[in-house]
Ligand binder design. Sequence first.
Ligand SMILES: Cc1ncc(C[n+]2csc(CCOP(=O)(O)OP(=O)(O)O)c2C)c(N)n1
Ligand SMILES: [Mg+2]
Length: 618
Amino acid sequence: MKTIKLTMAQALVRYLMAQKVQTNDGVQPMFAGVWGIFGHGNVAGLGEALHEVKETLPTYRAHNEQGMAHAAIAYAKAHNRRQMMACTTSIGPGAANMVTAAALAHVNRLPVLFLPGDTFANRTPDPVLQQVESFGDPTISTNDCFRPVSRYFDRITRPEQIITSLPQAMRVLTDSVDCGPVTFCLSQDVQAEAYDFPESFFDEKVHRVRRQGADTFELDEAIATLKAAKNPIIISGGGVHYSEAYSELHEFAEKHGIPVAETQAGKGSIAWNHPNYVGAIGVTGSNAANQLAQKADVVLAVGTRLQDFTTASRTLFSNPEATLIQLNVAAFDAIKHNAQSLVVDAKLGLQALSSGLESWSAQSGWLAEGQDAIATWNQYYDKVTAAEGVETRTGLPSDAQVLGAVKRNVNPNDVVVCAAGGLPGDLHKLWRTDQAKGYHVEYGYSCMGYEIAGGLGVKMANPDNDVIVVVGDGSYMMMNSELATSVMMGHKLIVVVLDNRGYGCINRLQNATGGAPFNNLLEDCVTIEGGAPKLDFAAHAAAMGATSEKVGSIAELEQAMARAKAADSTYVVTLDTDPYLTADGGYWWDVAVPEVSVRTEVNTARENYVDAKKKQPY
Ligand SMILES: Cc1ncc(C[n+]2csc(CCOP(=O)(O)OP(=O)(O)O)c2C)c(N)n1
Ligand SMILES: [Mg+2]
């Protein structure tokens, strides 16, 4: 057997470079690069190995470990999980900073390879700087925090362990069911230790995302259920993207006359003006989709986790006769809500269902009802996103008006990015997505601080289109440091900061649950006399190297958007917005209200809450 003497870190890097993936653009490298913030535990070992290959496998420096991981995760999401990145950190706080991002990737089922440095396997210099020192267990390090939020976890304490472990890691990263974060904790001494690796370990490997076919019994059952349906609805989820089942979804819906609603993760799987599109569904849904969902006799959920925002905390599909079919590649999801399961890849599943259904079609008039409902919603869109004529409590523009202005000034191929705050709701309801990957909202973990860092990853995946990050003042403050990275690396972002002086959506939620305005809007917080100083987001962004401006109206925003589009590097536009108004639509969301309270508003909210909960099945 031919062998080659390499350090564990050198071998790991060489192995990553040998991994390829089959995409629509042919065979591509599976790993587009490695994000790294070096410290002790990765600079000497992995750092040396990465330097050697930097022309082929580039290493990128970020400003915050969570931020760089968001960029990596967003990159993979933008590539429908086919191509991805790795992230390396030092052993202690650097690694801990990445744990939130690991959870985000875990919830959203997105692939990313985490390579945190770890303490010495030989323990000779213990306790080392940043070692947490568990009193009762010397095997525990900061990196154990990754265990519950990794789909695959290993700690490398001997160099040759990677020979059996890395192939398993690649399986997880490319598996449509298991897909998610993989964590390899790299003991720092072992990174630097050499071993005679078999040369065949580094042979090129081309991965293909496996397509799971359907079980005949489940398929026949689903066909029979659909054939008996009169008013079915499709809920299109993120799985439609990851399966790249776009044309199958459209053909299925068209052929069988079924309206299609979208979850947050599924948005973009069908264009906003497609004749079968009835809009966003659930707590952040349009009135059109939600009206149909209440009447539907069969709900065909495709590639969705059916989280509470989609089902309105299990109250939305309220037709007592309704049957739920869960078409999902993961049995874990397919059995949820006591559904009729159809475990299958979305593309194959929709094809198989369609041929089994032959010429069957939903009741005539049902799709037309959906089309009427979405036409009414489209009229509402025109009104609520208009530059003028919207009344708000503060007189400042609403989020919907800002989104309208942004949309009017971007190209159909541009990508909008968001994650938390009030904006994801209005985006889900109102953003008109022209192309499949034009909408990138992380709403599985809804992590404040994802927006700018995630936008950077989306831009790296879409160098030819503009990426527009829409972000609240709260999320901007939580994590903005990758703005400087976007400037430094020349990956242009357009960032629109909506400054409503606080956590607007949580203030509204507090109010809706009977709470007093407290600790959300800056005016309701402990501050110096006279209130918190006004934050100058334009000056802040300029200090990080971006071009920036503050505008005072929607008309000015439209002009600024034109300048931002024309600019060749990162451009930040900020404006003051109203914290109170959100778009119509939506549906009930289960947020527990206190059973006893000294506030009458809370008591009233509790009564309404108890009533609303009766609509839940159990
Ligand atoms: C990391 C993180 N912390 C806390 C939350 C809870 N949370 C959700 S939205 C929000 C406020 C967001 O404020 P801002 O970005 O200004 O948006 P707005 O609500 O004002 O539209 C908070 C605190 C979260 N989603 N993520
Ligand atoms: Mg805010």
